[in-house]
Design a protein around this ligand. Structure first.
Ligand code: NDP
Ligand SMILES: O=C1O[C@H](COP(=O)(O)O)[C@@H](O)[C@H](O)[C@H]1O
Length: 518
């Protein structure tokens, strides 16, 4: 493990959901795993009037999110809680941060922190710039004696324009090298392994291009609906919530050229080049033919009634926000010319799964007449769950003749000694930022390149009469119309929870309560 400086993590928005649900549990696990430096404290801050003990009770002792696996978990929690402090900011975030600075300096001296501070904005993005400005006003962004880093949460902007404004706003007060834009998919071990699969094996990289790859298919499916985040989601939709960030990050790693080293800037330079090569769709015909959006309607799934999106709390009953998005696109560069990418993301699908399927071209000359597309080679990279990699290839069916059927070659993370102990994304990302490693964080130009691709789609969906919102019954693989998108390439691979299971094994018992016509 890399060495780590003594430091303080200052969380803005510490009274909120993310702090309790993700950040503190990640820090607790890092504490249990002895990953935190000896001199380390967390200072939570927000407008809520809490004492140190109130904060500790809220996020540690009374939290349902800490994993209680240790025998002496009470002692472990008490030891961890000693590192947590809280400072009430008063009525708002646009205020003089001098009292906050005094508390930071008091803890800095007491715990010998050496002025190394990580600021975490777990806040609505609309106030990021204000908070950055107020930190800078009391010199808390200034490096020299100790370093200063800033982690910002998603969503990073609402459009290309707002993302640019946010970048400019933050860069007035913090240098780009100090800013860490979190994308929790980059914290997933399996996403990082994409780099290793591609660039540490001689068997894949020579084939990873238009000469051998027929198309690339990426599915991100969730079985849940919007839950209690309807208010946020209804203003966001699947394209902003998942596609612009997490899926564009995955696409950039699948498509990038080999970096010259594992230096963060080298990797991010290549990712941004891939994102800048995305063919922007700006004519109505292409947008109509290459994009599909949908919204789930109510259904009875395995005997239980599931609400339609428009009945969810916080959602406009006439909402046209998409809970399903499927996009076909091209990457205009030497490697990917004419190779279509099909990417979809959705809520209320039959199962929770994220996977990348590399569909290789059929052999140039078909010697065996019974070989069809189904026996073409596929490399399936499973991001979650049942994490692993599966290669489908043709083998001879024993017996007379040369009949070909599919066989699997597979690898599962659970087979590795470390495989059942994979770090949670937030643990990994916090640890990296604490060590000053920005490889798994998105750079300003990456975020803007992804928005440049997504913006015209959003504009088309919002403004054009031809942009229909298709209904789909909760529990199915999206609108039927989505099959038209991939037509000519076979079908979407509608995967099961288990990587090796054939898609047809995993069908839910659904009675459609609602309607597919919105
Ligand atoms: N929760 C999650 O699972 C995820 C969250 N995120 C992102 O993380 C960030 C924090 O999310 P989350 O904790 O869920 O958000 P919350 O809505 O719980 O807000 C966090 C804190 O910000 C303060 N706050 C909320 N609204 C305002 C406002 N209008 N003006 C000023 N302060 C406000 C509140 O603190 P107080 O009133 O005490 O000052 C609140 O406790 C957001 O950017 C979100 O998009 C990203 C991925 C997942
Ligand atoms: O960022 C988000 O991600 C989650 C899905 O994350 P996963 O790690 O469970 O795949 C999604 O539910 C949420 O809507 C989105 O904001």
């Amino acid at each position: 493990m890399k060495s780590m400086d003594e430091q303080m993590l200052i969380i803005f928005g510490a009274s909120g959901d993310l702090t309790k649900r993700k950040l503190i549990p990640a820090l607790y696990d890092l504490h249990k795993g002895n990953f935190l430096p000896e001199n380390f404290v967390v200072l939570g801050t927000s407008r809520s009037d809490l004492s140190d003990d109130d904060f500790r009770n809220r996020v540690v002792f009374n939290s349902e999110f800490l994993k209680d696996d240790a025998e002496n978990s009470d002692a472990t929690k008490a030891e961890f809680a000693k590192k947590l402090f809280y400072k009430d900011l008063g009525d708002g975030y646009d205020t003089d941060f001098t009292p906050l600075k005094e508390r930071i300096h008091e803890l800095n001296s007491k715990f010998k922190i050496n002025h190394n501070f990580v600021f975490y904005f777990s806040l609505p993005p609309s106030i990021y710039e204000t908070v950055a400005k107020n930190l800078a006003a009391v010199d808390l962004s200034v490096e020299g004696v100790g370093w200063k880093r800033l982690i910002v949460e998603k969503p990073f902007g609402y459009s290309l324009e707002t993302a640019k404004e946010l970048n400019i706003g933050l860069q007035k007060y913090f240098k780009e090298s100090q800013i860490y834009r979190i994308d929790h998919y980059l914290g997933k071990e399996t996403v990082q392994n994409l780099l290793v699969t591609r660039f540490s094996n001689t068997i894949f990289e020579p084939l990873w291009n238009r000469n051998y790859i027929r198309h690339v298919e990426i599915t991100n499916a969730e079985s849940v609906g919007v839950g209690n985040r309807g208010g946020y989601y209804d203003k966001s939709g699947a394209l902003r919530d998942m596609f612009q960030n997490h899926l564009m990050q995955i696409v950039s790693i699948v498509a990038m050229e080999p970096p010259i080293s594992d230096d963060p800037e080298e990797i991010r330079n290549e990712k941004v080049k891939a994102l800048k090569s995305l063919r922007i769709m700006d004519d109505e015909e292409t947008l109509f033919n290459h994009t599909i959006r949908g919204q789930y309607t109510s259904a009875i799934i395995n005997g239980e009634t599931v609400k339609g999106y428009r009945e969810e709390e916080g959602v406009d009953p006439e909402s046209t926000t998409e809970t399903f998005a499927a996009i076909k696109f091209y990457i205009d560069n030497w490697r990917w010319k004419d190779v279509p990418f099909y990417v979809r993301t959705a809520k209320r699908m039959p199962t929770k799964v994220t996977e990348i399927v590399i569909h290789f071209k059929p052999s140039h000359h078909h010697i065996f007449k019974d070989q069809d597309f189904d026996t073409d080679n596929k490399l399936i990279i499973r991001i979650q769950p049942d994490e692993g990699i599966l290669m489908k290839f043709g083998v001879k069916v024993p017996g007379q003749g040369f009949n070909v059927e599919r066989a699997n070659m597979d690898f599962y993370y659970s087979d590795l000694d470390e495989g059942n102990n994979i770090m949670e994304a937030y643990e990994r990302l916090l640890l990296d930022a604490m060590q000053g490693d920005a490889t798994l964080y998105a750079r300003a130009d990456e975020v803007e390149a992804a928005w440049a691709f997504v913006d015209p789609i959003l504009k088309y969906w919002n403004e054009s009469k031809s942009a229909i919102v298709h209904g789909y019954s909760a529990g199915v693989w999206g609108p039927l119309h989505a099959d038209d998108l991939i037509e000519g390439r076979g079908f979407w691979r509608n995967p099961c929870k288990n990587l090796a299971d054939e898609p047809s094994y995993c069908v839910l018992n659904i009675k459609n309560n609602g309607t597919e016509n919105l």
